[in-house]
Design a protein around this ligand. Structure first.
Ligand code: NAD
Ligand code: IPM
Ligand code: MN
Length: 368
């Protein structure tokens, strides 16, 4: 049988720096565990615009549709801020998500014990935290029509439209209930049904899918603003949270800080099953291109490495190898290995991106 295929899109800023460490982990699994991938690499974001005048070429888009999984670093940066909206780096990422139909974005927020004192919240609030935010990723205000900026009389008007169909809500709700059954069997759905019609529909459809297909799962509903408050007050009350595209974007950055650093959070964006049974999938860290630290060897590669672990689990059914990689990350953190973003108030000497990669490979060697 052919090796599973991976398309790597390092992107901009710290993207290539963190992805270099992922490639070493991929090579390690090939050499030491016989898990060999056919890896190809291509451009997305600002670097693709520099080379081709577009943040994602049709050729790269077609490749992404063909491979078993895509790994992406990050896109964007100040160099591209003035570009026309249609060719901004972020449009490349949004096109991938939309055309691959990656409607279910899994964003876990897990507080590793060794980092419980690094969160901006108290240790007892975050220690042992393990929640999963499922963000709808291909619809809502990110893609709704009409949109744009136009003139009305003497002034400009900016328009975006929040729009959800019943089937879009139902399919992401199903993915939340399915995942909940493998975890603590508990889902909290967040919207603003008090002020938005799309929120009313969201709440109704999630409830209907629950009652018809998942009555065994505990379901609650919360307004998203109250949800943000509850996530900082007592996050451990949650297990799976399901929410729309925009609220999910905000709530997952918020959840990142519960774990100590945005440099820790991986994500999986999943679509429908392909002919080989694997879901269409793209894996990427939640963080961006971090222009403030790009090119300095300071970036934390863990979010990107844990995104590869999610690929092992969700695309390749390699749960034991995913556990091994996640365990290696846990070991280096417990050993006190820290990139600069994980420095606590008591200081210490941070390691570089590559040194963090070295430590994770050494922990893999020790564990295998
Ligand atoms: P950002 O996530 O890039 O950075 C926010 C802060 O977190 C910065 O101080 C940064 O140094 C820090 N940080 C992020 N990742 C880190 C890591 N791995 N290690 C250590 N520190 C890390 O968000 P931003 O500054 O709002 O956005 C910068 C650019 O990235 C923008 O162009 C934005 O559109 C883009 N962006 C891209 C993605 C993506 O590609 N998926 C996600 C978010 C933002
Ligand atoms: C994310 C990012 C993206 C989003 C941008 C870069 C398009 O913030 O993945 O969280 O808003 O979805
Ligand atoms: Mn975001």
């Amino acid at each position: 049988m052919a090796n599973p295929s991976l398309l790597i899109l390092p992107g901009d800023g710290i993207g290539p720096e963190v992805m270099a460490e992922v490639r070493r982990a991929i090579d390690w699994f090939g050499a030491k565990r016989g898990l060999v991938f056919d890896v190809s690499e291509d451009l997305v974001g600002g670097c693709a615009y520099d080379a081709h005048g577009t943040p994602l070429t049709d050729e790269t888009m077609a490749k992404a549709q063909e491979v078993d999984a895509v790994l992406l670093g990050a896109v964007g940066g100040p160099k591209y801020d003035k570009l026309d909206f249609s060719v901004k780096p972020e449009r490349g990422l949004l096109r991938l998500r939309k055309e691959m139909d990656l409607f279910s974005n899994l964003r876990p927020a897990q507080c590793f014990d060794a980092l419980a004192d690094f969160s901006s919240l108290k240790r007892e609030v975050v220690a042992g935290l393990d929640i999963m935010i499922i963000r709808e990723l291909t619809s809502g205000v990110y893609f709704g029509e009409p949109r744009g900026i136009h003139k009305e009389g003497n002034e400009r008007v900016g328009i975006n439209t929040q729009r959800y169909t019943e089937s879009e809500i139902a399919r992401v709700a199903r993915s939340a209930f399915e995942l909940a059954r493998k975890r603590s069997n508990k889902v909290c759905s967040m919207e603003k049904a008090n002020v938005m019609e799309s929120g009313i529909l969201w709440r109704d459809v999630v409830q209907e899918v629950h009652d018809a297909e998942y009555p065994d799962v505990e379901l609650s509903h919360m307004y998203a603003d109250a949800g943000a408050m509850q996530l900082t007050r007592w996050p451990k009350q949650f297990d799976v949270i399901v929410t729309d595209n925009l609220f999910g974007d905000l709530l997952s950055d918020l959840a990142a800080m519960l774990t100590g650093s945005l440099g820790m959070l991986p994500s999986a964006s999943l679509g429908l099953p392909m002919a080989n049974g694997r879901p269409k999938a793209l894996y990427e860290p939640v963080h961006g291109s971090a222009p403030d630290i790009a090119g300095q060897g300071k970036a934390n590669p863990i979010a990107c490495i844990l995104s590869f672990a999610m690929a092992l689990r969700y695309s390749f059914d390699e749960g034991a190898n995913a556990d091994l990689l996640e365990g290696a990350v846990q070991t280096v953190l417990a050993d006190g290995v820290r990139t600069a973003d994980l420095m606590g108030p008591d200081g210490g000497t941070p390691v570089s991106t590559t040194e963090m990669g070295d430590a994770i490979l050494a922990a893999l060697d020790a564990a295998a």
